[in-house]
Design a binder for this molecule. Sequence first.
Ligand SMILES: Cc1cc2nc3c(=O)[nH]c(=O)nc-3n(C[C@H](O)[C@H](O)[C@H](O)COP(=O)(O)OP(=O)(O)OC[C@H]3O[C@@H](n4cnc5c(N)ncnc54)[C@H](O)[C@@H]3O)c2cc1C
Ligand SMILES: *[C@@H]1O[C@H](CO)[C@@H](O)[C@H](O)[C@H]1NC(C)=O
Ligand SMILES: *[C@@H]1O[C@H](CO)[C@@H](O)[C@H](O)[C@H]1NC(C)=O
Ligand SMILES: *[C@@H]1O[C@H](CO)[C@@H](O)[C@H](O)[C@H]1NC(C)=O
Ligand SMILES: *[C@@H]1O[C@H](CO)[C@@H](O)[C@H](O)[C@H]1NC(C)=O
Length: 464
Amino acid sequence: MLQRTCNTILALWFIFPFSFGFCEEETFYRDVAIIGGGASGTFAALKLKEQGKSIIVIEKENSLGGHTNTYQDPGTRQTAEYGVQVFHNQLVVRDLFKRLNVSWTIAILQDDPFPPRFLDPKTAEPVHYSSPNATAALGAYAAQLAKYPDLERGFFLPDPVPEDLLTPFGEFLQKYPDIQDATFIAFSYGQGLGDYLKQPTLYVFKNFGLDIVRDISSGFIVTANHNNYDIYARAAEVLQRDLLLNSIVASTTQRDDNGVDMNIRTPNGNTRVLAKKLLITIPPKLENLGHFALDHCESITFARFNNTGYYSSLVNNTGLPQNFTAYSVSPDTQQNIPILPGVYNVVPTSIDGVFAIKYGSPSSLSDDYVKREIISYVKKLQANGHANPVSGDPTFVAYANHDPFELTVSPAEIARGFYRDFYSLQGYRSTWYTGAAFHTQDSSMLWRFTDSYVLPPLLKSFGS
Ligand SMILES: Cc1cc2nc3c(=O)[nH]c(=O)nc-3n(C[C@H](O)[C@H](O)[C@H](O)COP(=O)(O)OP(=O)(O)OC[C@H]3O[C@@H](n4cnc5c(N)ncnc54)[C@H](O)[C@@H]3O)c2cc1C
Ligand SMILES: *[C@@H]1O[C@H](CO)[C@@H](O)[C@H](O)[C@H]1NC(C)=O
Ligand SMILES: *[C@@H]1O[C@H](CO)[C@@H](O)[C@H](O)[C@H]1NC(C)=O
Ligand SMILES: *[C@@H]1O[C@H](CO)[C@@H](O)[C@H](O)[C@H]1NC(C)=O
Ligand SMILES: *[C@@H]1O[C@H](CO)[C@@H](O)[C@H](O)[C@H]1NC(C)=O
């Protein structure tokens, strides 16, 4: 077909180079084309290569890593993570780090070295709140999670879906008061879920699962040199010529049981990718998949997703003392969970004068709006006497928009069997999927999911 036609043209072009200039664009022939080079796409690329498959990664940004954002101070070389922080102590993580020569240590996240202030995100005024002892409540929460062990591996839901998983988390907390004292800790680890108390309990469970509860007491894996971006810098060295950075799919001319044929927009002009399989790892929102020639069945599935907004930043010139830490709580909500949009927290980093500020929203907001809100919050902190005098405004050292962050569907859709339909798209039209929407917002868990449930059937589909 197309592949053969172009080969013929290429052969003729070799003999008559001037008359066939239109076929000059490079064509990549690959076993698997991978869309997105974040946590899932990078992992899949490395694994498929190890399995002897030829691959290409198409990534829209100028580097791999997705939500992994590491800032390095040019002067001191100190780093601050404003995206992914920690990994689970799991075999898949240790193996990956070994493969990439990334050294790691186990870190027990200690209580904050400086007592945090609990402030109203609207006013930056103190709220009467003190963190409860969450030990017993975490145990009770873990006992709830243990009822659904398959959820730790993917969206593998009991049929029918238990009512507890569909219930808004706020109501779930009322039904099980023994877990209430763990709410704030779950909320803090599960940042990015938007309107937390209204989310179906399923999404809270997915984002604050048993592995996190365990690692809170036994320790997480962190990179030894405090530079999570290293993982992706090393991966880029391994993948090298199999990476198309700053590139997106401009159109798909064929996607069926025989493979895919796509036009890619790259900084050096257009390129063509002909691949036997496609692996999509980007958030499967309809607007992200406009150029993939979706059919009706795919479109109606992806159209069901809503998404939250999640933004992270590093801010300096605040006047805040280096020991300042603030968490947002509301004075008058269930378990003091703050109402978003708003700032989640302000915490110092190891770079002097630079604070990490995270911001969340139930839906996407513009960067201009979020940045204005963050600066206005810092000014409220200053006005409320938390900061030393400074000249000039707070400034962004770094800022990242993580939208669309959490992809959710309605409880009715979950009950109807949305995730069964969603998973049944695997392999349809030679197209496979992985990424947070398919499991959870957690790099380690996504590596394990991809390794266990996506790559084996994908590899098998090549036949032997
Ligand atoms: C602030 C923050 C803190 C976090 N902390 C942790 C943590 O401590 N530990 C942890 O395990 N997880 C953490 N996470 C979650 C973790 O980052 C995600 O679960 C994980 O990155 C999801 O991986 P993914 O492959 O699904 O998506 P991503 O990593 O987002 O990768 C998607 C990639 O696709 C690219 N892309 C998007 N659209 C296109 C397109 N049209 N064409 C080509 N490429 C495209 C993106 O640029 C990106 O590189 C955090 C997330 C955030 C935002
Ligand atoms: C890791 O180190 C080994 C041995 O030093 C080397 O052979 C390999 O190329 C390195 N891999 C990466 C990704 O740096
Ligand atoms: C922070 O440090 C200042 C002195 O620099 C001290 O007065 C203040 O009590 C400290 N605050 C906290 C929360 O540790
Ligand atoms: C918290 O509660 C647990 C039991 O629920 C108890 O063992 C522990 O000592 C308590 N911790 C503190 C700091 O009070
Ligand atoms: C804040 O960061 C910006 C950008 O890195 C830098 O130019 C500026 O000097 C910093 N200001 C302070 C007060 O640290």
